[in-house]
Every structure is written in C-alpha cells, then in structure tokens.
Design a protein around this ligand. Structure first.
Ligand code: UFG
Length: 351
C-alpha cells in the first residue's frame, strides 16, 4: 500500500474519531477531519490539537453532501479514509429508519464513489458487534453468521455488504469497470464491541448530545451528580448475576486498532472484532466504577430494555494475530478514565 501520510477521518470530531485522531497524530500521520457536528463538538478538535500539539485540517461538512466532500479529496492527498460518520442510536433508529438508512448508507456510498474518482485505495469502516444480532454463540468470531435486530444494525450490515461487493469488483480490471477500477483496494471492517473510557489526559471523552443511550455515560452522569441514579435494565437474564454481559473496550485501545488497520493494510477485504474477549455484567461495571473511584453509584433495577441480548463478547484472536493488536486497558482503567473525564467536564464540551 502507499505510504500512510494523510488520513481522512469522517465523523472525526466524535467520541471514537477524536481518540483515533490522537493516535494517528502521535504516529506522525496528518489528519483531516470531516464532521457536521450534528452529534459532536468542534471543541473536541481544539482539545485534541491541544493534547497532541499538532493541527488537523477540518471541514464542517455532512458526508452525504458529495460536492462538499469532493473538495476534501481535491484539496488533500489522501492515503486512507476511516469512515466513522453515522447515526448510532439503536432506539432512535427504530423510530427513524429511513433517516438512518439515508444518512448512513448514503455517506458510505459517497466515500466509495470519491475513492473511485480519486483513486484512493484504503478504507477502514466503523462497524459494530451489532451485526452478530441476537446470536448467543459467544465469544463471537468474525465468521459467525450475521443478522440484525434494529435498523441501526442493518445500516452497518448493509454497508459491510456494499464494501464486500466493492472489494470483489476491484479484484480484476475489465472493460466494464476500467473507468472506476481501484488498484490494490483494501477495505477493513472493524466490528467494535462496547467502547468506553476516555483519554487519560481528561481532555477528550464521550459527550452524547441529549439523553445518553449507553451504560457508561449514564454511570458517569450519576457519578458527577447530573443524574441521581442509574436504571439497570433487567436482572433476570441467564448470566452470572442476572444482568447483561458485554465486552467493554477502552476507546484508546480501539483507536489504536484503527491505526494498526491502516498501517498493516493489504489489498482485499479484512474483518476484525475489536474487543477484549472478556465479558462483564452491568453490576460488575457499576461495582468496579465505585471501587476504583471511591464513589457510590445508586441504582435501581428496571424492566429489560427491548432488544438487549444476555451476553455479547468477542473472540479477538484474528486482530491479535493479523494486526498485532491487543486491548491493553483493564475495566479499572476504563472506569478511572471515564470519571476523570466527567469530573473535569461535567457538562461534556459544554456546547
Ligand atoms: N444498560 C443499563 N442501564 C442504562 C444503559 C444501559 O442497564 O442506563 C445496560 C443495557 O441494558 C445493556 C448494557 O447496559 O445490558 C450495555 O448497554 P449499552 O447501551 O451501553 O450497549 P449495548 O451493548 O446495548 O450497545 C452497544 C452499542 C451499539 C452496538 C452494540 C453492539 O451502543 O451501538 O453495543 O453489540 F450496536
């Protein structure tokens, strides 16, 4: 693959995008960020620049706006793209499926079309363990059959499908595809488990707009007194303590997975789970957060949340072996770093 000098991070102002930008910048790679700030803050980019002492090139664009995105390709010599941009709330996707398909699928198509137009041959896509659907065949391996239980998940799986066809079509140049053929196309699908944690500096972290959907932002908001208690959804699952089990992964480990995926890219399609391989229950997360931070998190048991599977955790062996990637942070680290971020920024980026 060509030397990795400049990478485009779509959705780069978001939670995972900012942490990934830090890893690329620290590795000496130039970063271009495209973000419409619909679920993120421009301040997050200022913070990551402060943190790394480096500048990024920023574009306030929506990734479905092909003309605006084309300018990014014209103005920068991109070696790789990491496509994070997308809507990501499971519950909201059930109410707004058309908006989810339009936004998530369209933006991915715009990226592919511009890769064809400009001959960019490296893409990393932000996929999710949600593609394992309601399977209970844990730990999940990458060749587990895929399916989904909500429109958000289906957008991820649909894009995986599109990218699979994209790679297939670029294996051989023919009379039919010669005008759009990409030499040595490399696409990596990264299936994230449950990213939590924050950069140890406390300068960047997760700042969901409006009501939080996921467990850790709720715990963090209770910890700093923004909310008075946590609802634990269900305590009668067939798990170690009756609450759901997930594979929580530190966002910095996840970010490093993206850097390695770009550095180690080879032509073809590659799919990797990014998880620790360990499952923790909701109560274990709460207990760990309390112990590490010396703080109480009051909680009550509430009804099961529709669509939750009892257990989800990864077999990360393929990423270990092929990328040389391994999650290094413990659940203790994740809980400590979340609290550090939230204490320093009780209102997130504050805008
Ligand atoms: N939970 C609570 N209380 C809360 C929030 C969550 O008890 O206030 C529980 C959930 O019921 C679940 C666990 O905490 O048992 C984890 O829930 P999250 O919402 O944090 O994470 P999910 O595993 O449901 O979903 C995450 C991502 C999705 C992705 C999925 C892939 O948010 O985008 O992992 O498995 F699709």
């Amino acid at each position: 693959m060509s030397k990795l000098e400049t990478v485009l991070l779509t959705g780069g102002a978001g939670y995972i995008g900012t942490h990934t930008a830090v890893e690329f910048l620290n590795a000496g790679v130039n970063v271009v960020i495209a973000d419409d700030y619909s679920n993120s803050s421009p301040k997050a980019i200022e913070r990551l620049e402060q943190l790394t002492g480096k500048q990024v090139v920023k574009y306030g664009v929506n990734m479905c706006d092909k003309a605006a995105v084309r300018r990014i390709f014209e103005e920068n010599r991109l070696d790789a793209i990491v496509h994070f941009a997308g809507y990501k709330a499971v519950g909201e996707s059930k109410a707004l499926p058309i908006q989810y398909y339009r936004n998530n699928v369209d933006s991915a198509l715009v990226v592919c079309e511009l890769m064809q137009e400009f001959g960019v041959n490296q893409l990393v896509f932000s996929s999710s363990a949600t593609v394992y659907g309601d399977s209970q065949n844990v730990p999940f391996e990458e060749d587990e059959p895929t399916s989904c239980t909500n429109p958000y998940g289906w957008t991820k799986l649909t894009i995986e499908r599109i990218l699979t066809d994209f790679v297939e079509a670029n294996k051989e140049k023919t009379d039919v595809n010669k005008d759009v053929f990409i030499n040595d196309l490399s696409v990596t699908l990264l299936r994230y488990f449950n990213p939590i944690g924050a950069h140890a500096s406390g300068l960047i972290g997760e700042d969901p707009r409006g009501p939080a959907n996921n467990l850790m932002p709720h715990v963090a908001r209770v910890a700093v007194g923004v909310n008075d208690h946590l609802n634990v959804f269900g305590n009668d699952y067939p798990t170690k303590d009756g609450t759901c089990v997930r594979d929580y992964i530190h966002v910095v480990d996840l970010a490093k997975g993206h850097l390695l995926a770009c550095q180690k890219a080879t032509p073809g399609l590659h799919t990797y789970n990014l998880g620790t391989g360990k499952g923790y229950s909701v109560l274990e997360v709460v207990e760990t957060f309390e112990r590490v931070n010396g703080i109480r998190i009051p909680y009550v048991f509430a009804a099961r949340r529709p669509g939750d599977v009892p257990e989800s955790y990864a077999n990360p062996a393929r990423a270990n072996k092929e990328l040389g990637w391994r999650a290094e942070h413990s659940l203790e680290d994740m809980c400590r770093d979340v609290y550090n971020w939230q204490k320093n920024n009780p209102q997130g980026y504050g805008d």
